[in-house]
Design a protein around this ligand. Sequence first.
Ligand SMILES: Nc1ncnc2c1ncn2[C@@H]1O[C@H](COP(=O)(O)OP(=O)(O)OP(=O)(O)O)[C@@H](O)[C@H]1O
Length: 412
Amino acid sequence: MVSSTKLKWKTDLDKQVIIQNFEKRGWIKAQGEGFVDDWNIYWANVWTVKQIFNPETGHRLGEFQLLNHFPNHYELTRKDLMCKNIKRYRKDMEKENNQIAEKDEQGNYVYMDIIPNTYILPGDYTIFVEEFRRNPNIMWIMKPSSKAQGKGIFLVNKLNQLKKWATSSKLPFQTLSLKEAYVISRYVENPLLIGGKKFDLRIYVLVTSYRPLKVYLYSLGFARFCNEKYTPDIAELDNMFIHLTNVAVQKNSEDYNEKHGSKWSIQNLRFYLEQVRGKAASDKCFEEINNIIYISLKSVQSVIINDKHCFECYGYDILIDGNLKPWLLEVNASPSLTTTTEVDRILKMNLLNDVFNIVVPPDWMDENSKHGANMCKEKQVGYFTVIIDESTNDPSDKNKKGLKKGPTALWR
Ligand SMILES: Nc1ncnc2c1ncn2[C@@H]1O[C@H](COP(=O)(O)OP(=O)(O)OP(=O)(O)O)[C@@H](O)[C@H]1O
């Protein structure tokens, strides 16, 4: 048996919020060089996770080990794979005649229309061109599948921009490897604006098991604002300070505010929405955000390798449009733990503290326990609340069989 005070930690990230959280628990830094043994809890980067689960080594995590990613987390966190999985899930649900696949009179999904229309390039190039020709006046956004921080992103409103890009990068679509794949998504041209500026939401979601699905939602997310006023004007197509809300992009803007880092708490945003649009509309918007989390996780539930030693704290990027409809932009496997302001530092310290309280509850070390990441029995831990728990046999748990009662069933 390992004593909880002697738990050994390891991390690939030189981030104070991680190290301080480990140290304040009295846990000890693992000394070993490799990733194989000598640690109980590892906050690893995705590269290490790939090495650990490399099929050639056939390595398995030990009984007293916890890791912060599922082996094939990329099924949700790579933009192209997320899109593919969501599209597959929709089809499966339609075939099953599941109520979740209900469509409205225009033929749009009532619950499952969670991502802007997206194509994966190069594979979907021909169908994308057909779609482009059907609706030539809409704007698209090109994003590399596995990059972050706004890198490699650009907006497109003419087909020849795509052709030019392919030629200039000397990468005709057909020759792009899977690693270099792009997604092209319908650009949400009417984002909800506050003070004339575009913003998106960063929401933290902790998954401690995929089968059965157990999901916690963190109530302290935030909104990240652009520094310049938004315009869909095509003359400003290349002005990323208007279109991309990533802090990594906005930090370079002349108007960047060091003090609040161009961020608002979700609570403030919600309060604002209630004032401006009314409580019912604001509640509906947040219910739909829960629905997005539910559908995205159900889409990968059957493909994720559900190693009981793994957990994952995802960073959801969500954009709200002018009709208060939220859209899922992407799910990050390694949401930034860099802290740009004091508020940010406190939030991320609390976030990790709550994550560790969930994955290492007080009886984690007990001889008779199962020692996985999914042992916590509390429905509320710090700022985390369980929003999906398929393990419960409580007949009043409306989540159990999916969205049979509509998206409100996801709220507790
Ligand atoms: N379909 C879209 N419509 C409107 N804006 C979008 C769309 N997709 C992305 N954006 C904008 O571009 C930004 C970057 O997109 P996204 O988060 O998908 O890429 P990323 O480079 O992987 O970012 P991150 O560092 O958050 O992982 C978003 O925060 C948002 O402001």
